[in-house]
Design a protein around this ligand. Structure first.
Ligand SMILES: NC(=O)c1ccc[n+]([C@@H]2O[C@H](COP(=O)([O-])OP(=O)(O)OC[C@H]3O[C@@H](n4cnc5c(N)ncnc54)[C@H](OP(=O)(O)O)[C@@H]3O)[C@@H](O)[C@H]2O)c1
Length: 212
């Protein structure tokens, strides 16, 4: 699958490199694709990845992964141009700058705000509820971390669930984009446990099921 990854920070790098490793055609979307830092990421990642401007990466891709800091997300999303039927995977968390909570302006989750800013596209919230180290390695012994996701288009949700499964997560669909606030609050809980309560980043959420 052709996948554009917008943002070359912790999340973009780990998802881009892992998706490339398992055979997807990845293009990083960076504000400075020719900068030495980004060229270094491309070289270090290998597996045929390339880099372009975010709009170019989106245009080339079927799935666009959004991994930008919240303060830059509206500009980034509006800059992607017309998305048509592309799947836009919103990995962001609308964190307040002091990390004390979530910017749910007007009662709208980050995922809902992203959906408003995007020109078209099928928006799926995912990959936001755990840390970058867990995105790199979701296996905890025999158990896999859960990857909650939500969006209004069930086909798009299924595409993202497949990607999450390929990366080693147990995907679980949580409903339409209205459920994004739940995922963002779950991310806030993870941040609180890992960083606020000192559990560290090597913790994550799993979904247990009783046989019936
Ligand atoms: N870090 C985590 O463990 C984690 C886990 C789950 C979700 N998240 C969420 O995922 C998103 C990305 O997190 P991250 O840790 O990867 O962020 P990060 O390391 O700060 O990287 C974000 C990337 O976004 C791009 N960008 C676009 N507009 C920007 C702007 N105005 N200012 C700065 N950078 C901008 C930059 O790439 P270019 O310079 O190449 O454009 C930058 O490298 C955030 O919303 C975060 O809350 C983070």
């Amino acid at each position: 699958m052709r996948i554009g990854v917008v943002g070359t920070g912790s999340v973009g790098r780990v998802l881009g490199s892992r998706l490339a490793e398992i055979g997807h055609q990845v293009v990083f979307g960076s504000r400075t694709p020719s900068a030495g830092r980004v060229e270094g990421i491309v070289t270090a990642t290998g597996h045929g990845v390339s880099a372009g401007l975010p709009r170019e990466a989106a245009a080339e891709s079927e799935v666009v992964i959004l991994a930008t800091p919240w303060h830059g997300t509206e500009t980034a999303v509006r800059g992607l141009g017309e998305l048509g039927s592309r799947v836009l995977v919103d990995c962001t968390n609308p964190l307040l700058t002091d990390l004390s909570g979530l910017d749910h302006t007007g009662g709208r989750s980050g995922g809902e705000q992203v959906a408003e800013w995007a020109a078209g596209g099928r928006i799926v919230k995912a990959f936001n509820t755990t840390g970058a180290a867990n995105l790199a390695d979701p296996a905890y012994g025999e158990q896999r971390l859960v990857m909650p996701l939500c969006g209004d288009d069930s086909d798009a949700n299924a595409i993202v669930a497949d990607l999450a499964r390929e990366l080693g997560f147990e995907p679980v669909a949580c409903g339409g984009i209205g459920a994004a606030s739940l995922l963002e609050n779950l991310a806030m809980l993870w941040i609180t446990l890992a960083h606020g309560q000192g559990l560290g980043p090597q913790v994550g959420f799993a979904l247990l099921r009783r046989e019936r």
